[in-house]
Each structure stands twice: as C-alpha cells, then as structure tokens.
Design a protein around this ligand. Structure first.
Ligand SMILES: O=C(CO)COP(=O)(O)O
Length: 253
C-alpha cells in the first residue's frame, strides 16, 4: 500500500503576517482531515507563532525553514528545536540548497540539525541535490551519497519513520526547469537504495522522499506516479492557496 503523500509548501522569504494568516486559514479549511495526504506549510520564522496558533486543532502542519542544532547558548540569531516544539511546529526543513549556498550550511551541520530535530520530536525534512555542473560531470550519485551519508550517519533505525528526505536538484529550483519524472525517479531510487543498504529495504520504505524543483499542478501527478516519490517540496507554486491546493489535490488524484 502506498504511504500517505506529503506535500510541503516552502514559502522561503515571502508573505507578511496577514498573507500568512489568510493562507493558513484557507488551506487548513480546504484540506479538512484528508487521510491521503499530509499538508505542511513553512512560513518565515518570525511568523511561525501566528501560523502554529491558527493551524492548531486542524490537520495542517507547520514547518520551520531552518533550525539550529544546539539547544541554547551564545548563538545570536539562532533558534532551537525546543522553540519549535513549544510553538507547535511539526517539521523543520534543514539543509535547503539556498542555505547551503548563502549561509554556508555544511553536510555535517545538516546531519546535526536532523539529529537535533529527531531528538526533539520535530520531523526533519533534509534537503539535498546536485548542481547543474555536478550533473553534467556525471556526479549525481557521488553528491547524493555524500549528502545523504551525512544525514544517515546521525540516524538510528527507530528514527526512520520520522525522517523526510527532499531531493531538490539545484538546477530545477525556481527555474521552471522541472526534472523529468524519470530523472527524479532515478535520483530517488539512488537515495532509497542508500537507505536500504544501511537499514534494509523494508525500513527504507518508511522514509518519505520528496521531490522539489518547479513542482506545479501540471507535473505533480506524473511525479507522484513514480515508485520512489512520496510527495513534494513546493516553492513558488505554494504561494497562493489556489495553486498550492491544486498540487495537494493532484498528489492524490
Ligand atoms: O526550493 C524549492 C522548495 O524548497 C523549490 O522551489 P520552486 O518550486 O520555486 O522551484
């Protein structure tokens, strides 16, 4: 049986307070208690409090776009997993390529962030993916092995059902240049096999592997039809309720 689909909207640095509130309300009302798909929205950090408050008692889940791995201390500008738990967040995106590119997030740091999340009952959505140059140089498997290895080195077998991996090829993000479903499936299958090599095929099946990079309602069905694609991490097309909900619908329809 296919596992529950997971569709997460990553708003990046978009949406003010009133836009956040109205989208959380509209999306949570529209999805009701849909059993087939877990729907998640990731607003900017200062608006997590408002988003979590509005999503409380609904089936909509809220994600942070980042979190630090330490619990407290002299780390100006950071926040911890405990803060996210206190707010009522369910997920945290870690290691997004924009963080790797602009904020120097390292493989090792991403692994530590994933570990901190799992220890604090926040499900990490650990992002990885190759650049165009790496793809053109035939390095997809090598890059994915290195990036996933840093996460898996921090994970125990009992964590797997709370672990989410997002394959986001950097060349497909914000470019309208979606990976073909065959390219995405090929990468997802590499990731599934790497997890299976460490934990066995049955346990590897319990990990959600999302695809991200120019997902829209026009391509979600074909992506979701692939064996190892369990959901999507959606950027630009998650910014309006109408467009996001059409992807949510397409993921199960
Ligand atoms: O980075 C992404 C989601 O995390 C993908 O962004 P786009 O859907 O805008 O390509």
């Amino acid at each position: 049986m296919r596992k529950k689909a997971l569709i997460c909207g990553n708003w990046k640095l978009n949406h003010n307070l009133s836009q956040t509130k109205s989208m959380v309300e509209e999306v949570s009302q529209a999805i009701k208690n849909n059993e087939l798909v877990e729907v998640v929205l990731a607003p900017v950090a200062p608006l997590l409090f408002a988003a979590c408050d509005l999503a409380k008692n609904t089936s909509l889940k809220i994600a942070a776009q980042n979190v630090f791995y330490e619990q407290k201390g002299a780390f100006t500008g950071e926040w911890s997993v405990n803060h996210l738990t206190e707010l009522g967040c369910s997920y945290a995106i870690v290691g997004h390529s924009e963080r790797r590119q602009y904020f120097n997030d390292s493989d090792e740091g991403v692994g530590k962030k994933a570990r901190a999340c799992l220890d604090g009952n926040i499900k990490p959505i650990a992002c990885l993916g190759e650049t165009l140059e790496q793809r053109e140089n035939g390095q997809v498997k090598k890059v994915l092995t290195r990036q996933l290895g840093a996460v898996l080195s921090q994970v125990k077998e009992s964590d797997l059902e709370n672990l989410v991996i997002a394959y986001e090829p950097v060349w497909a993000i914000g470019t309208s240049n979606t990976a073909t479903s065959a390219q995405a499936q090929e990468a997802h299958s590499i990731l599934r096999v790497l997890i299976a090599d460490k934990f066995g095929p049955d346990r590897a099946e319990s990990v959600h592997i999302l695809y991200g990079g120019s997902v829209k309602w026009q391509n979600i069905k074909e992506l979701m039809a692939q064996k190892d694609i369990d959901g999507a991490l959606v950027g630009g097309a998650s910014l309006t309720a109408e467009s996001f909900l059409s992807i949510v619908e397409g993921s199960i329809g």
